[in-house]
Structures are given as structure tokens and as C-alpha cells.
Design a protein around this ligand. Structure first.
Ligand code: ADP
Ligand code: GLC
Length: 480
């Protein structure tokens, strides 16, 4: 697997969780998996094992010297070290601005991953995640097409989020050492730019997204971000495989990061978690009687956080409480600062990335809000089910596929009032103790463990390998 994130080493969102959890689930059913990610500046080299030294990556005339390290732990990821490109404090940028050489950084990641496959880990399937690894299928389909090392290698490209495409000015083509032939509509060209995500969409043998609903949605102009045509052209190779949750990390029965543990059989600990969360955010103790809504989110337009800000006054007038944790776009962060400043006794906000607090909010809140405009998969709502925290979600993508009337509240449309109506319905349910408890218990009983999704990925790998056998063996007649 080639990725830009893996938890806990490097994480901005759910991609990191997926790339951390899917490989062990695949290993458990007999597949051998290695993960390749960059060695960012915040990943300490101390204690890492250098497994390949002086690995030059040539992109056109430029040369980038890399080394490959193995981090510690069981089945650790391969880390591509190239201090000049990755030795920074951000993954993709700093202070709200993308790094100007991201096209080089993720071209080098792709080429270094191919080198890992050449020298360190024999690879049948390159499973690439999001635009940051989109060039792997593109290089394999062009520059390395006759290379015996990769003969018969197959590629799967997983779209975790179509909203991030890796778009660069056309000069990137040469700077990334791409074959000029790929700069065409049926290649990586996108409105005069180079699109790394198209490298995956066009060149990969198979494509998937992280929920069945999102796989359908991205083939429409409304959700396609201009790529719906390219995706429709590959509809036969595109499937949706729902994300799973890693219950060794996200389970209130065992979670060491929450103040008290609990289960569907005994929910007493959840009350303790709520009490402590209220105290941590400076709310009055009597707030325990009222619904407490939680938010843990990247703060981007995708997540629909502006809808929450738009109804903040209504939440307060209905005597509801809100705690939010998020990091992201300055405009979105300001919106949250403002509503917290206006209603300090009802709304509290922490701006930043804090995994332990994310767990405490999941455990201590009654409702979990995800009014996303689009949501490819969504993990947080799956976690909140497990924590007995009732999700209030927009009926889109993976939110639509994981939440139903018996486990949460869904709304349609893109407006504050629609969100408010769903929250108020949830608040009414909260006041009916027995009914509320039945919702909690049903959600906690849902099983979204990785086992099922890993089985679906493994089946897809096998399907890809079967078509390889047909291609390589002239005695197997081609299927039409
Ligand atoms: P996305 O990948 O679009 O951000 P997901 O729901 O798939 O959405 O995954 C979000 C993951 O990121 C969850 O593990 C959530 O706890 C975590 N997360 C998001 N924002 C923060 C934050 N500010 N602090 C800590 N964890 C966060
Ligand atoms: C992306 C999506 C999210 C998904 C995650 C992991 O960040 O926004 O919906 O759960 O990837 O697949």
C-alpha cells in the first residue's frame, strides 16, 4: 500500500486510520501487506532501522536521494526518507498553504514505493490511496511498462476523497518525470493542469471508494468535482467497499483514553465520561440532564460545519450543549471561535488536533454531529455508534450506508434548519429515557469491524490476480 498517512505516525484524518487498520485485517486472512509512507520531519529517526541506503530517484534530469527506514512495532511501515522533501513539520503544507513542491514530493513517494517493491517487498498488487499515490499506476502504465520486475503487477486505486485531487501547473509533468504521452484528456490532463488523482483513476486496473453510496455519487456532476465523466468511463472497474473501525483502538470497554469504561450492558461509565467532559469544558454540573452534542472534525467546507455555526443560537435557545474539537481552514476555525465566545456557558471549542480529546468527546457526548456536504466513508460516526453516542448525519456517502433510523438521525439537504430539525428530533428522543437507551444499545451492537471490508479487498485483489494469469498465460483464452 502506498499512502501519505498511517496512524499513529502521520495523521490528518480517516485515511491514516484506514491504512493502519486494513493491513492487519488483511494479514489475519492470509494476505501479506507492506505500507510505504514518507518519513516526515516529525517522525523521529531514532530507533528506526535503515533498510536501504542511497536510493536515488531520478525525475527527468533531477535526482533525489532517498533512504528507506523501517519503523518499530509489528509489521511496521516502510518510511521514505528524503529530508529535503519530507523533513518538514506538515504533511501537505503549513499555515494554511500547501507546499509548492508537493508535485515533486509525491512523485518521489511513488517512485520510492516502486523501488521498495523492486528491492525489499515483492509486490503483486499496488494498492494506492488518494492522489498522493496516484502516480504509481501512471508510472507503471508508462515509464515501467516493460520492466520485468513489475510484469503482471496489478494496481488498485482507492478514492478516499475526490475533493483533493493533487492539481498542479502543467510544468509538473516534466518535473515529475512523467511520460509526455500522459498529458491528454484520457490521461492526467485536467483543464490545462496535471491531475495526480487522474493518474489513479485512468491508469489503475481497479478503482474503489470507501462506501457504496459514494461510489455512485461521484459518477454524478453534483459530487464528481469535474471527474464524474472520467469515473463514469471506468464505471465497470469502480466499486464501493465500506470502511471499518478498529475496535482495538475505538471501544469504550477497553479505551485507556477515557475516564471510565463502559459497555452496552453497563452504561454507568458513560455518565462519568459525560460529567468529566462537562467539567473539562467548564459547563455547569446540571448540564448532565441536557443533551450534549459533540463534534470531532477536520474543519473544511466538506464537513458542513458552517451549518452548525448557523444554528448555534437555536441550539442554545433549546437548552442544548456543544463541545467541538477541530482543526482546519482559518475561516472555519473563526466561525467556531465566534460561537464559543458568544455562548461560553453552552458551547466550547478546542482548535487543534488531539486524539485523546477525540476519544473523550466520543465517550462523553450524547449526540455526534456530522452534517457533511459529502462524506466518502466517514469513520467518526462508526466510532460514535460504538461509544453509544447517537449520530446526527446528513444522508450522504458512507453516512448514508452506516446510519439508519434505528441507530441515528439523518437529514437531507444543505441547510441549517434541516440540521436543526434532526437535532431537535434527537433531543426529543433523548428525553424518553427508555427509547434513548434502546438507540444506544442498538448502535453499540453494530459491527463495523475491518474483517468484512478486508474480505472484500482481498477478493478484489484475487480478482485482479486472476486477470493477470489470463494475460500472462497464452493458453488461457481471453474473456470477452
Ligand atoms: P476524514 O477522514 O474526512 O477527516 P473520518 O470520519 O473518516 O473523516 O476520520 C476522521 C478521523 O480523524 C477520526 O479518527 C477522528 O477522530 C480524527 N480527527 C479529525 N479531526 C481531529 C482533531 N481535530 N483531533 C483529533 N482527531 C481528529
Ligand atoms: C477521507 C474521507 C472520509 C473517509 C476517510 C477514510 O478523508 O473524507 O469520509 O472515511 O477518507 O477512508
Amino acid at each position: 500500500m502506498v499512502s501519505s498517512e498511517v496512524a499513529p505516525l502521520a495523521k490528518t484524518g480517516g485515511l491514516a486510520d484506514v491504512v493502519a487498520s486494513l493491513p492487519p485485517a488483511l494479514r489475519a486472512i492470509g494476505d501479506d501487506v507492506a505500507v510505504v509512507i514518507p518519513r516526515y520531519g516529525f517522525i523521529d529517526l531514532k530507533g528506526l532501522r535503515r533498510v536501504y541506503d542511497h536510493l536515488p530517484v531520478f525525475l527527468g534530469p533531477a535526482r533525489y536521494d532517498t533512504s528507506i527506514f523501517l519503523s518499530q512495532g509489528e509489521d511496521p511501515p516502510y518510511l521514505v526518507d528524503c529530508p529535503a522533501l519530507f523533513g518538514r513539520q506538515g504533511l501537505y503544507g503549513e499555515n494554511g498553504a500547501d507546499y509548492p513542491d508537493n508535485h515533486i514530493r509525491f512523485a518521489v513517494l511513488a517512485r520510492a514505493a516502486l523501488a521498495v517493491a523492486r528491492y525489499l517487498f515483492k509486490t503483486d498488487i499496488f494498492h494506492c490511496h488518494d492522489w498522493q499515490s496516484g502516480l504509481v499506476p501512471a508510472y507503471l502504465g508508462t515509464t515501467f511498462v516493460g520492466d520485468p520486475t513489475f510484469l503482471g503487477a496489478r494496481t488498485l486505486f482507492t478514492i478516499h476523497n475526490l475533493g483533493y485531487q493533487g492539481l498542479f501547473r502543467s510544468q509538473a509533468l516534466g518535473e515529475a518525470g512523467l511520460d509526455p504521452s500522459v498529458y491528454r484528456l484520457e490521461g492526467v490532463e485536467f483543464f490545462g493542469k496535471v491531475s495526480y488523482i487522474k493518474g489513479g483513476i485512468v491508469f489503475a486496473d481497479a478503482l474503489n471508494t470507501v462506501s457504496p453510496t459514494y461510489a455512485r455519487e461521484i459518477q454524478t456532476p453534483e459530487f464528481g468535482f469535474g471527474l464524474d465523466g472520467a469515473l463514469r468511463a471506468r464505471a465497470g472497474a469502480l466499486t464501493g467497499i465500506l470502511n471499518g473501525a478498529d475496535y482495538s483502538v475505538w471501544d469504550p470497554e477497553t479505551d485507556p483514553l477515557i475516564p471510565a469504561r463502559y459497555s452496552a450492558r453497563d452504561l454507568a461509565g458513560k455518565r462519568v465520561c459525560k460529567q468529566q467532559l462537562l467539567a473539562e469544558f467548564g459547563f455547569a454540573a446540571h448540564a448532565i440532564k441536557r443533551p450534549l452534542a459533540g463534534v470531532v472534525s477536520r474543519l473544511t467546507r466538506q464537513k458542513g460545519m458552517d451549518l452548525i455555526a448557523a444554528i448555534a443560537d437555536d441550539l442554545v435557545s433549546h437548552n442544548l450543549y456543544l463541545v467541538a474539537l477541530g482543526r482546519g481552514e482559518p475561516e472555519e476555525e473563526n466561525r467556531f471561535r465566534e460561537i464559543a465566545a458568544k455562548h461560553p456557558d453552552r458551547i466550547a471549542v478546542r482548535l487543534g488536533f488531539d486524539d485523546a480529546l477525540a476519544h473523550r468527546i466520543q465517550a462523553g457526548a450524547d449526540l455526534f454531529l456530522m452534517p457533511s456536504r459529502y462524506e466518502p466513508g466517514g469513520l467518526s460516526q462508526i466510532y460514535s455508534l460504538k461509544y453509544g453516542t447517537i449520530p446526527v448525519v446528513r444522508a450522504t456517502g458512507g453516512l448514508n450506508d452506516t446510519i439508519d433510523d434505528g441507530t441515528g438521525f439523518k437529514f437531507a439537504g444543505d441547510s441549517g434548519p434541516a440540521l436543526l430539525a434532526a437535532i431537535l428530533e434527537a433531543a426529543r428522543a433523548f428525553s424518553q429515557a427508555e427509547f434513548w437507551r434502546s438507540l444506544i444499545v442498538r448502535g453499540m451492537g453494530k459491527d463495523f469491524s475491518w474483517k468484512r471490508s478486508a474480505g472484500a479487498y482481498s477478493a478484489l485483489y484475487r480478482q485482479l490476480l486472476a486477470t493477470r494469469a489470463e494475460r500472462l498465460n497464452p493458453f488461457v483464452p481471453a474473456r470477452f
